[in-house]
Design a protein. Structure first.
Length: 366
């Protein structure tokens, strides 16, 4: 991708002061999303800026491309299998970009000091998107994806998770819990918090050992797949971190299934409500070799294996929630520490604040 520093039209004329934002308070979160959870784990300060102060990152070339590609990959499955060729898929990308390129969100994306829109840069950006779709078709031919798949696309999943993870739907796997607790959460009155997100795609697949129908969560990724070139232990850590978002989705679906409630905001998903989620798939549209590839996880062949893994996920999410609530309760923006990743939003956004009003990295002695 061509180097480009988009014009930051949202840069404030005056420095921000936490004493005047939100009436001088740090708001408590009303819910968490997988992206918010991951952001807090990586950089509490970036989480503060984006999710509590609502100072979102301006749209970038990569984010815009990812959004347009997701739209195209969703819409192609509105068509009959025979119609889902590469040309049609690429035209969907062109069409959705044509519909959005003059919107307030994207109008200034290709602005430069010399021109309101650099058409050559936009053309390069567009060709890169078309290439990613070609990579996708080479990996997974959408014409070969037949009913009932995709079972659902672009669906909201949400559940109230108990703050005490042992009281959740998968808490029965812990020592001292009774097996019959698998049918309902251990405590319907337990304190809980809302977690919600959007799943790109749900497929029905067959298990290799018994050919039973189960669900597979599929998530499209327009960035490069991780390069697993390290030790076995490090590669496994990279895989687990990459797939953590999908494990959160699996936990939310498991919670809703166990509560025998509607697991989606879309009622059309009821047909998949009774099927367990077993497989997770990240479908990357490119890698170090400029080819699409998948990163897969099997949650386990038995309900106990799957629930044991998801119980660990619940515990991690509860830890994140408790940490956020603890930091917010202090009402001190300095409690939200930034990270040392050079690309993180915390560095850019921190410069928008009055010096000393938020956490800042210590000055190294000269």
């Amino acid at each position: 991708m061509a180097a480009f520093d988009p014009v930051d039209s949202e840069k404030p004329a005056e420095l921000l002061d936490p004493q005047t934002l939100h009436n001088g308070t740090i708001p408590y979160p009303t819910a968490l999303s997988p992206s918010a959870i991951l952001e807090f784990q990586k950089c509490p300060q970036s989480y503060l800026f984006q999710y509590l102060y609502k100072l979102k990152q301006p749209t970038s070339l990569a984010l815009a491309k990812g959004s347009m590609l997701h739209h195209a990959l969703e819409q192609v499955y509105d068509l009959q299998p025979a119609e889902r060729d590469l040309s049609t898929l690429q035209n969907l990308f062109r069409r959705v970009w044509s519909q959005n390129r003059e919107s307030d969100v994207y109008r200034d994306l290709f602005a430069t000091p010399e021109a309101a829109r650099d058409l050559a840069m936009e053309s390069v950006w567009g060709r890169e998107g078309l290439q990613l779709l070609q990579n996708y078709v080479r990996l997974e031919n959408p014409q070969a994806v037949t009913r009932p798949n995709p079972v659902q696309r672009e669906i909201w999943v949400r559940a109230h998770l108990t703050i005490d993870s042992s009281q959740g739907a998968t808490g029965y796997v812990l020592p001292g819990r009774k097996p019959q607790a698998t049918s309902t959460p251990n405590n319907k009155d337990a304190a809980a918090f809302l977690v919600r997100g959007i799943v790109d795609r749900l497929d029905m697949v067959r298990t290799p050992e018994s050919k039973q129908a189960v669900l597979q969560i599929v998530d499209y990724k327009t960035g490069k797949a991780p390069h697993l070139k390290y030790s076995a232990g490090m590669n496994q850590k990279i895989r687990d971190e990459a797939l953590f978002q999908l494990q959160i989705y699996a936990l939310l679906l498991r919670e809703k299934q166990l509560q025998k409630q509607q697991q989606f905001e879309d009622d059309a998903a009821a047909s998949s409500q009774t099927l367990p989620v077993r497989f997770l798939r990240l479908l990357y549209l490119t890698n170090v070799n400029d080819q699409a590839e998948t990163l897969d996880m099997d949650l386990g062949a038995t309900p106990l294996e799957r629930d044991s893994r998801l119980q660990d996920v619940h515990a991690q999410i509860s830890t994140v929630w408790n940490s956020i609530i603890d930091m917010v309760s202090r009402q001190d923006p300095h409690a939200f520490v930034g990270c040392d990743r050079s690309f993180c939003y915390c560095h850019k956004c921190r410069s928008r604040f009055v010096p000393g009003s938020v956490w800042e990295p210590p000055v190294e002695p000269t």
